[in-house]
Ligand binder design. Structure first.
Ligand SMILES: C[S@@+](CC[C@H](N)C(=O)[O-])C[C@H]1O[C@@H](n2cnc3c(N)ncnc32)[C@H](O)[C@@H]1O
Length: 209
């Protein structure tokens, strides 16, 4: 990673601050997202994120869910809204993203929800002392910083899931969705991967035991 430049995945982006508002109807509910320069897709909801949100499986029963690399929080906030019994963690390395995610939690979810937690840090680091295992992990991965980082992350997912847990993620076909499918099957022959949908040039995957 080039640390001299500001990216959406920088810890502390150095671009000037400008705030945007994105109204978006997702799974038949209207959300208002506050976003800020220096955060992934701050002008409009990313199409891959939208395809994932519209097709991801969301448990109705009480679960522990994780939006990994949450950006300003659309995936985790939809999970929290659609699964009111669940605890939802939103994690991102980018501190501006976490600021937005916290604002968007306040804007879009009832104040009494105490079990929606947004933390900044490198992947699972912010929760490593909590000894948590998730029922579901959801992700639109940061492939712009290189595919290797995501392939390395895949090997860490299993240890952070409960038995019967699942990992759902979206990949743009042109960013190597077919390659990642083959890589997963070769690298983790004892785990299962299925394609939940192929829409608008994006593939949504579900990995499970
Ligand atoms: C493709 S964006 C998706 C953001 C958000 N989930 C969405 O769909 O709008 C990937 C996110 O992963 C975050 N990210 C990149 N590297 C990370 C790391 N090492 N640990 C945690 N988050 C990271 C980026 O800051 C970015 O917000």
């Amino acid at each position: 990673m080039d640390n001299n430049k500001t990216h959406y995945y920088s810890r502390v982006p150095e671009v000037n601050v400008k705030i945007y508002t994105i109204p978006e109807s997702l799974r038949k509910h209207l959300y208002i997202f506050k976003t800020i320069t220096g955060v992934f897709s701050f002008k409009k909801l990313d199409l891959g994120t939208k395809v994932l949100i519209e097709h991801m499986y969301i448990p109705k029963e009480s679960s522990i869910l994780l939006d990994l690399g949450c950006g300003y929080g659309p995936i985790g906030i939809v999970l929290a809204y659609e699964s009111p019994q669940s605890s939802v963690y939103l994690l991102d390395i980018n501190r501006r993203a976490i600021w937005c995610a916290k604002e968007n939690i306040k804007l879009n979810l009832p104040r009494e929800r105490k079990n929606i937690i947004a933390l900044s840090g490198n992947y699972f680091n912010p929760i490593k002392t909590k000894n948590l295992r998730f029922d579901g992990i959801y992700m639109n991965p940061p492939l712009r910083q290189g595919r290797r980082d995501f392939l390395d992350l895949l090997s860490k997912i299993h240890n952070n899931l409960k038995p019967n847990g699942y990992f759902q993620f979206v990949i743009k076909k042109k960013m190597g969705a077919a390659y990642i499918l083959k890589y997963f099957k070769d690298a983790f022959p004892n785990e299962n991967i299925e394609i939940l949908c192929k829409r608008s040039g994006y593939w949504v995957f579900n990995c499970f035991d």
